[in-house]
Every structure is written in structure tokens, then in C-alpha cells.
Design a protein around this ligand. Structure first.
Ligand code: NAD
Ligand code: MG
Length: 387
């Protein structure tokens, strides 16, 4: 038996962070915790850092560092704050870094972890969507192992093991359809933040819950799949599967379709990434297909939910398109959660910003960050009330 592996969790206080640390807690001897990070939840982060004996705890928002220091006083745990500290913590070379920050805010630390050439378990899809080839090139250069945690991509990754990518006919991403799957366009217009974050199958952070309601989550996942699995956009499809049991599928040229099934519990794909290429125990209930009874599938409706079309177009356009789409969506989702815009404006805002033309393709992390920043400004402009 080898000794414990080291692990860092970027976004430790979030939904994915909590699921990850739940698995670590159940296998305490298998892991040494290096860095835990949060945006600003100093008390919560300090409690986790103490529980897991982390080497360092970092708040991205420097104004919370005082609270973090106070909460960690006497523990011997290093406290740090700000964007630079976040990148420094991500660079400490843990065997596994779980990238679980929400949004493009996670890009720089995720890239820093990739540069270390170890294993990065990626939940932070916005980082890959924005950076695209800039990230995949960094993975190739550093020799890092990028393991997808997003349940669909983790499923596809598992279905590809032992097969050649050239033999793939289709990769099919499943989508629950979100809480508004059966709502009319009129009703969608008046959807409230409280309704949007109430996902029928999954318990997740607010941003991804809204993305799931607009189907932009599936759009971002389409672009994520485009970068992770090089089969080309024409071999990537989306199908609505309300039960969220089949997490995605790969069909091969001989007519065989491989699927990965499991409960709607993110601890399953997280465990798959943490233990890869082995398996580990999870406390998740075994799959009881007889109790579930029915697995159903239907085509997505891109009239009510145009986000997947927009994302496909961005993947085809390449260059800066996906970073612009993602940035505009992040701003619009925040505005919707803040009750500034209607639900149906979220995706329209992203489309408006994309239609204003694109900057040149980014060639570096700094260029991706600049494109993201500029697209956010444009997105805010599209949302200013018309006088
Ligand atoms: P969450 O909102 O619950 O947690 C986000 C974490 O990131 C928190 O620790 C928060 O403190 C930190 N954070 C937020 N803003 C930050 C900033 N500006 N700088 C640094 N840190 C910041 O989100 P989540 O649901 O855990 O999702 C995390 C990521 O995983 C997202 O990219 C999401 O799309 C992806 N994901 C989540 C799920 C899920 O079931 N929750 C499933 C698949 C993929
Ligand atoms: Mg997913």
C-alpha cells in the first residue's frame, strides 16, 4: 500500500467542494489536504481547514482575510487572501486538485494546477469553456491528467475507456431538462429565481441551477465535451432524459452504445475521478432500476431553450466565441438572480453580446481573461434599461 495522496479543493465551501470533502472525510487516512479555498466564507472555510488539517486556507476576496485569520488563530494553518494567493495555493502541486470554483473566476487557479503536471479533477466547466485550446494545450504541455467531474463528461470518459476515439459515431450528452422542462414560453418569461434554483434531480449551487433551467448548462457542457473529446461538433448530440439516471452515452461505429448509469449524486463522478483508474466506495444508494421503473428520452426543444443552439454555434465559430458566451451568461445569470432581468433575457443577453462581433482568438491565459472582462462590460451594457 502506498501512503496518503495529497489533495487541494478549490471552491471547498461549495456544493462540489462539500461532496468532495464528504468523500475525503470517509477515507481520512487516504488523503492529506493541502489547500482549501473559498470566495469569502471565512468561518466555514476555517472550520473545514481545521477539520481536515489543511496546510493553507485561501479566500479569493481579500477583504475576508481578516476574518479568516481570526478564525484560524492558533491552528498553525496558513491563511491567505486574494487572486495571487489563490493561484499560489493551486500551484502547490497536490497529487489531485479538485477545480470546483464556479465561473471563469476559477480559470487562473485551475490553469496553475494544470501547470503542475499532476491530476486535475475538473468540475469548473466555465474555465474550460472560456479557455478552450489554451487549457487543453496547457494540459498537453504539462502532462497533467485532466479528469472530468461533470457527471456527463465523467460518464463519457468512462464509456471511452478501452476504445479508440476514431471509432465513435456519436457522443450523446443527456440533459434533465431542468425545472422548466415542460413550461411554455409565456410561463418561462415570468420564472423567478426561487423557481429556477429548485432543480428536480440535483442539489447544486445557484449559478449552475439557473444554467440548468435555461439549458445553458447543457450548452456549456456541449462546448466542454467538444474540448475534452475530439470527435467534432457534428458527432456531439444532446438528448433530454428527465430521470437523470443515464449520465451520457457513446455510440460506436459497430452499433454498440455504451452508457454510464448511476444515482443523481455528484459523489459518484467525484469518486470516479478521485480513485481513477481504480474505484472507491461511496455512501450512495445502489441503483434500483425496478423502483425507478422508467427511463425516458426526448429531443431537446431549441425554441423554448435556445441556449444549446447558441453554444453549438459558439463551438463551431471557435476562437473567442465560447469565452464571450460564457462571460455574458455569467453576468446575465447574476442579474437574473438579483431580479434585474427576466428569465428569458438571460440567453438573449448572451446572444446579443455574441452578435456584436468577436475579438481575435486568445492565445494565452491573459488574453482569455481580457476577453472575459470585455464581454462582461458588453453584457452589462445590453442590460441597461432602455430609456
Ligand atoms: P457553488 O456556488 O456551490 O460553490 C462555488 C465555490 O466557488 C464556493 O466554494 C465559492 O466560495 C467559490 N467561489 C465563488 N466565487 C468565487 C470567486 N469569484 N473566486 C474564487 N472562488 C469563488 O457551486 P457548485 O455548484 O459547487 O459548482 C462549482 C462548479 O462545478 C461550477 O463550475 C459548476 O458548473 C460545476 N458543477 C457543479 C455541479 C453540482 O452538482 N453542483 C455539477 C457539475 C458541475
Ligand atoms: Mg453536468
Amino acid at each position: 500500500m502506498s501512503g496518503p495522496r495529497t489533495i487541494s479543493v478549490l471552491g471547498a465551501t461549495g456544493s462540489i467542494g462539500a461532496s468532495t470533502l464528504d468523500l475525503v472525510r470517509r477515507n481520512r487516512d487516504a488523503w492529506d489536504v493541502v489547500a482549501l479555498t473559498a470566495n469569502c466564507q471565512a468561518k466555514e472555510l476555517a472550520a473545514l481547514a481545521r477539520e481536515f488539517g489543511a496546510a493553507v486556507a485561501v479566500v479569493a476576496d481579500e477583504s475576508c482575510l481578516g476574518d479568516l485569520r481570526e478564525a484560524l488563530a492558533g491552528s498553525g494553518i496558513e491563511a491567505a487572501g486574494g487572486a495571487g494567493a489563490l493561484v499560489e495555493a493551486a500551484s502547490r502541486g497536490a497529487d489531485v486538485t479538485v477545480a470546483a470554483i464556479v465561473g471563469c473566476a476559477g480559470l487562473a487557479p485551475t490553469m496553475a494546477a494544470i501547470e503542475q503536471g499532476r491530476t486535475v479533477a475538473l468540475a469548473n466547466k466555465e474555465a474550460l469553456v472560456s479557455a478552450g485550446e489554451v487549457m487543453t494545450a496547457a494540459v498537453a504541455r504539462s502532462g497533467a491528467t485532466l479528469l472530468p467531474v461533470d457527471s456527463e463528461h465523467n460518464a463519457i470518459f468512462q464509456c471511452l475507456v478501452g476504445n479508440a476515439i476514431e471509432d465513435v459515431r456519436w457522443i450523446t450528452l443527456t440533459a434533465s431538462g431542468g425545472p422548466f422542462r415542460d413550461w411554455s414560453l409565456e410561463r418561462l418569461h415570468g420564472a423567478t429565481p426561487a423557481e429556477a434554483v429548485k432543480h428536480p434531480n440535483w442539489s447544486m449551487g445557484a449559478k449552475i441551477s439557473v444554467d440548468s433551467a435555461t439549458m445553458m448548462n447543457k450548452g456549456l457542457e456541449f462546448i466542454e465535451a467538444f474540448h475534452l473529446f475530439p470527435v467534432g461538433v457534428e458527432r456531439l448530440r444532446i438528448i433530454v432524459h428527465p430521470q437523470s439516471i443515464v449520465h451520457s452515452m457513446v455510440e460506436y461505429r459497430d452499433g454498440s452504445t455504451l452508457a454510464q448509469l448511476g444515482p443523481s449524486d455528484m459523489r459518484v463522478p467525484i469518486a470516479s475521478a478521485l480513485a481513477w483508474p481504480r474505484r472507491m466506495d461511496t455512501p450512495c444508494a445502489p441503483l434500483d432500476l425496478a423502483a425507478i421503473g422508467e427511463l425516458t428520452f426526448r429531443a431537446p426543444d431549441e425554441v423554448r431553450f435556445p441556449a444549446t443552439r447558441l453554444a453549438r454555434e459558439a463551438a463551431v465559430a471557435g476562437g473567442a466565441a465560447a469565452a464571450v458566451l460564457n462571460a455574458a451568461n455569467e453576468v446575465a445569470v447574476a442579474a437574473f438572480l438579483d431580479r434585474q432581468i427576466a428569465f428569458t433575457r438571460i440567453v438573449q443577453c448572451a446572444e446579443d453580446v455574441l452578435s456584436r462581433g468577436l475579438p481575435p482568438a486568445p492565445a494565452s491565459l491573459d488574453e482569455v481573461v481580457a476577453i472575459d472582462r470585455e464581454a462582461r462590460i458588453r453584457a452589462r451594457e445590453t442590460m441597461e434599461p432602455v430609456r
